[in-house]
Design a protein around this ligand. Structure first.
Ligand SMILES: Nc1ncnc2c1ncn2[C@@H]1O[C@H](COP(=O)(O)OP(=O)(O)OP(=O)(O)O)[C@@H](O)[C@H]1O
Length: 458
């Protein structure tokens, strides 16, 4: 390995002698030194690559000593790359022009002819400045993601059913290891919560817990989101950005909805997991990682392997330990404590702390099949609290209709109001009680939906 600095320097000057000398000096210390005598090539060069330091001549055309050409070029450089670090080079020692260049955004200037050490020392200092600014930026971009992830609230896990005992036992055991865990369970069963609980109980608890919803990542953004990118790697890459893998280094990476990954994305993920190393898109620097992996899915992943929709080798890599979370209908003992828990949480949120459930309501809640699991129960309680007229929640405060086979208005009425009422009921049912989602499906605002629900006594 060379001990040169891994940096890129561009020298633009119409004096071939200057270009030659600068290259000779800088090449001994920096990995890449590009020299160019034609200012018209500037656009092409800057769009092609990103330079840590640009040494720019102030007086291009022969005989022109006003420095105007250099200022024009400087503006152009900064237009293409507003963060460029430009060192102006002038043969005439015209301090006023140099000061103007600094005002326009140049970082420093040199007066030709410069002693060899002076050029090197100045370029090195500017290089260090540019790198440290970049590191701060990287850190900020990373912190933003980490902060978002940390701010996501993970509440307490409520459960008293025997069916959940093996789940808690598994959490305690795997938390102490670095084993890859695959959490399986229907929508809304608490996979997120369990993944976070494993992290919290693990020795990595002080490090980051980073979640990636693979179901929400497009094919084009997959690599950049997971592995990061460097500025200019693609059109929208305006800044360097660390990937989720990198941010989860020494911590835990939670890949949710892994069953939704396309086969090409599965292949990319597998390679990363095999070597536990990533390279930011557009860079060639390999980073070795120490990341604990937890994956989750609500899809029948083993059947998907049989149907060649999910790679078997990837499944083997992620499912060292499997944790199955049973659906709520298979642990009915949890319904009441969960309902009371959400009653407390939302009672507080909406200033209705006195809300209670009556016995018939509890019986009704326990009898329901909860296809949307804990999330559906959570939304049902929240809605009931918002809509209820008294402190005692009655069965009528819950819209728990078993799902119809078809997602259509099953009616032969043409009365507009009846149709509207049925459409609202269907939408709420299909959204598993999530009113925001139901309102969206209906094309209504949330408050309009509340109004209509009151009107139709829903
Ligand atoms: N045992 C539990 N105790 C308290 N809250 C729970 C429990 N299980 C789930 N929840 C709550 O239910 C909601 C859904 O849970 P979570 O997001 O963890 O489910 P999920 O299985 O990851 O869902 P999806 O498959 O849709 O991503 C969350 O608000 C979570 O806090």
């Amino acid at each position: 390995m060379s001990n040169k600095i891994d940096g890129k320097i561009l020298v633009l000057d119409d004096d071939q002698g200057v270009l030659y000398t600068a290259k000779m000096i800088l090449k001994q210390h920096f990995e890449t030194v590009v020299t160019e005598g034609d200012p018209k090539k500037l656009d092409f060069l800057l769009n092609q690559d990103k330079y840590d330091v640009i040494v720019l001549d102030m007086n291009f055309s022969y005989g022109l000593t006003s420095g105007k050409e250099g200022i024009k070029l400087l503006k152009k450089v900064l237009e293409i790359d507003p963060e460029a670090h430009v060192l102006m080079n002038t043969a005439y020692g015209d301090i006023e022009i140099a000061v103007e260049a600094m005002k326009e955004g140049a970082v420093d200037f040199l007066v030709k002819p410069w002693p060899k050490e002076k050029l090197l020392a100045t370029v090195k200092a500017i290089f260090d400045l540019s790198r440290s600014k970049k590191e701060v930026k990287d850190l900020r971009a990373g912190q933003k993601i980490v902060l978002n992830d940390q701010q996501r609230k993970y509440g307490e896990i409520i459960s008293s059913s025997p069916t959940m005992k093996p789940v808690f036992a598994a959490i305690d055991k795997v938390a102490q290891t670095d084993a890859n865990v695959l959490i399986l369970g229907e929508n809304g069963t608490g996979k997120d919560l369990i993944a976070n609980a494993i992290h919290k109980k693990s020795p990595r608890t002080e490090e980051n817990f980073i979640k990636v919803d693979l179901g929400a990542i497009s094919e084009t953004l997959f690599e950049s989101e997971l592995f990061g990118h460097v500025k200019g790697a693609f059109t929208d890459a305006r800044e360097d950005k660390p990937g989720r893998f990198e941010l989860a280094n020494n911590g835990t990476l939670f890949l949710d909805e892994i069953g939704n990954l396309s086969l090409p994305m599965q292949a990319k993920l597998l390679t990363t997991l095999q070597f536990m190393q990533v390279t930011r898109v557009g860079s060639n620097k390999v980073m070795h990682l120490n990341t604990r992996l937890i994956c989750a899915t609500n899809m029948p992943i083993k059947e998907m392997v049989g149907d060649n929709e999910f790679r078997q080798d990837l499944l083997y890599r992620i499912n060292t330990v499997e944790i199955h979370i049973p659906p709520l209908r298979e642990r009915r003992e949890d319904i009441e404590p969960l309902a009371r828990h959400f009653l407390k949480v939302y009672g507080k949120k909406y200033g209705k702390e006195k809300m209670r459930l009556n016995e018939t309501t509890v019986t009704k809640l326990k009898a329901y099949s909860w296809p949307g699991n804990v999330r559906e129960l959570q939304h049902a309680i929240e809605r009931a609290i918002i809509m209820a007229n008294s402190h005692l929640l009655a069965p009528e405060d819950f819209l728990l209709l078993e799902r119809p086979d078809q997602n259509v208005i099953a009616s032969d009425t043409y009365n507009i109001e009846d149709m509207e009422k049925q459409a609202i009921q269907n939408a709420i049912r299909n959204a598993e009680g999530n009113l925001t989602k139901a309102a969206k499906t209906l094309g209504l605002g949330r408050s309009t939906l509340y109004r209509k629900m009151t009107k139709y006594k829903l």
